[in-house]
Structure formats: structure tokens, C-alpha cells
Write a protein that binds this ligand. Structure first.
Ligand SMILES: [Zn+2]
Length: 287
């Protein structure tokens, strides 16, 4: 059964580790992440962007697939199904479809409007036992058309949004989505520390986890980050493994064209990436 992400992230923050949010794109992705979480006895959050939701045939399709796998693959570790960077309307769609967690990305609204909409969604989510993440300060890179420059959030604005009762908070600390450019300045631990000083026990979320050096990840966890989003890294691993298979001509040997064979190296690559992240984040054996 899906659970909200509130308890697992409270435990993570108190225990000084982080739970990975791994975005899903199809059945192989979902199965690879769930099996890896179970094998490593780790809590996990499945992230779904609006674009991926549309791609996979809609939110209800995803809820059906995930719930089916939890039962048939005997997944017993805590699993949350979370809308990533949701608009106001899609937060409602996902809550109606059976998601156990949503993120409202109101970072492009003026702060007053972000506050008003967040407040309403917090009340609605909590009425239904669903966890909710909010974002302050836009996170750089491009995610489903929302573009930012890797800026740092204002800690006072973070405090204002935290006080609305959100369960965990994403704040820009120089992190960006996608691949990091060669001239990237690194995370702003000063900003992260200032945010944690004002938001206390609230679990903080680090978006754009792909390509941040391991020592920075560990320092961010020590400063209150309890959820780290990983998306691009699984995509790169999947693409590289698939490319290798095709370039070796394996799809032309025997029944190598069978999708169950063709997609197997990519599936294994996702599993390896997820396992590596769970070890780095410290969530192994924390289910
Ligand atoms: Zn993000």
C-alpha cells in the first residue's frame, strides 16, 4: 500500500540520512526502482512529472501500475507516489487519482499567490492523508518548461511557506536540473544552513541530484536535506546501456529484438544507479 512521504522523511531527517525520489517514465523504470528499494530495505519515493504522467497514459494508469506491483512483487518497504513540480490543477488531479504525495511548484507565482495556493492545497492534502512539498526560489535548469537559473531561495520566504504546514520544502541553493555545466559554482551551504536555522525540523528537499559530487550530497544531508531527487542520472544510465546493446549488434542476434531482452541492460543500469544512490544517501536498511 502506498504511504505518504511524511513519516519516512521525518525519520530520515532525525536519522541524518535522505530518501531518494526517483522519477519514473515507464513500467521498466518503476519495476527497477521498486525491486531495488525492496532488495536494499530502503524507503523510496517514486516521482512523476506532469510530462511523464501524460506519457504513461495518465495518473490513474500510473496508480494502477504501481499498486499492482506493490502487491504482486511483494514490496513491503515504504513507497510514496509523488507528483513532481505539480501545477495547482494537477495537484488535484493526482490527489483524486490516488497519489500519496504531491509537490506544488508555485515558485513562478508572486510570493503572496504562492502562499495562498499552497495554504489551500496543504489543507486539502492533509484532509486526505497525503503529503505535500512546496518550492521556494526557482531551481535552475529546465523541468517540463519551468526554467530557472540556479538561484538561492530567500530563507525568510522559506520560513513563510514552511509555516503554512507543508510536509517538506524544496529550496533553491544553487542546484539545477539536468546535467551540471562545467562552470557550476556548487551548492550554497550558507543558504542551506540559514534555511534550516529558520525551518527547524522540517525535512528539506534537494532537486537536481544528478552530478552533484558525493561530498556535497553528504554535507547537504548533514544540514537538513532529507529528500534528494534523482531523474537525469537514471536516464543517462538507461540510454548508455541500451546504446551498448544496440551497438554490439545484440538486437540482431537470435531473439535479441524482443523488448524484454532489448530493455534488460537499461533496466539493470537503473537498478545499479538507484542502489548506488541509496547507499550514498544512507537509506539502506532504513525501511
Ligand atoms: Zn525538481
Amino acid at each position: 500500500m502506498l504511504v505518504s512521504a511524511t513519516e519516512m522523511l521525518k525519520k530520515a531527517k532525525a536519522g541524518h540520512y535522505a530518501v531518494g525520489q526517483f522519477n519514473i517514465n515507464n513500467l521498466e523504470w518503476t519495476k527497477a526502482i521498486l525491486l531495488t528499494a525492496q532488495e536494499n530495505n530502503s524507503p523510496v519515493i517514486l516521482g512523476v512529472s506532469e510530462g511523464a504522467g501524460k506519457y504513461m497514459g495518465g495518473y490513474k494508469t500510473i496508480v494502477g501500475m504501481v499498486n499492482g506491483m506493490l502487491e504482486e512483487l511483494n514490496i513491503t518497504v515504504p513507497v510514496a507516489l509523488h507528483l513532481d513540480h505539480g501545477s495547482y490543477e494537477h495537484c488535484y488531479k493526482c490527489m483524486d487519482a490516488g497519489f500519496s504525495s504531491v509537490m506544488f511548484d508555485g515558485s513562478h507565482y508572486p510570493i503572496e499567490e504562492n502562499v495562498a495556493k499552497t495554504k489551500e492545497l496543504v489543507a486539502e492534502a492533509h484532509k486526505r492523508g497525503i503529503s505535500i512539498e512546496a518550492e521556494v526560489g526557482s531551481i535552475g535548469g529546465e523541468e517540463d518548461g519551468v526554467v530557472g537559473m540556479g538561484e538561492c531561495a530567500d530563507p525568510k520566504e522559506c520560513k513563510a511557506i514552511a509555516d503554512l504546514g507543508v510536509d517538506f520544502l524544496a529550496a533553491g541553493i544553487g542546484n539545477i536540473h539536468g546535467k551540471y555545466p562545467a562552470n557550476w559554482q556548487g551548492l550554497s551551504f550558507e543558504t542551506l544552513d540559514a534555511i534550516q536555522q529558520l525551518t527547524g525540523e522540517l525535512p528539506l528537499v534537494l532537486h537536481g541530484g544528478t552530478g552533484i559530487p558525493a561530498d556535497m550530497i553528504k554535507k547537504a544531508i548533514s544540514l537538513g536535506v532529507a529528500k534528494i531527487n534523482v531523474n537525469t542520472e537514471c536516464q543517462l544510465a538507461f540510454a548508455a546501456a541500451t546504446r551498448e546493446y544496440i551497438e554490439a549488434g545484440k538486437d540482431q542476434q537470435g531473439k535479441g529484438y524482443d523488448p524484454r531482452k532489448l530493455l534488460a541492460p537499461g533496466f539493470d543500469a537503473i537498478k545499479a544507479t538507484v542502489k548506488e544512490k541509496m547507499e550514498l544517501f544512507g537509506s539502506v536498511d532504513k525501511a
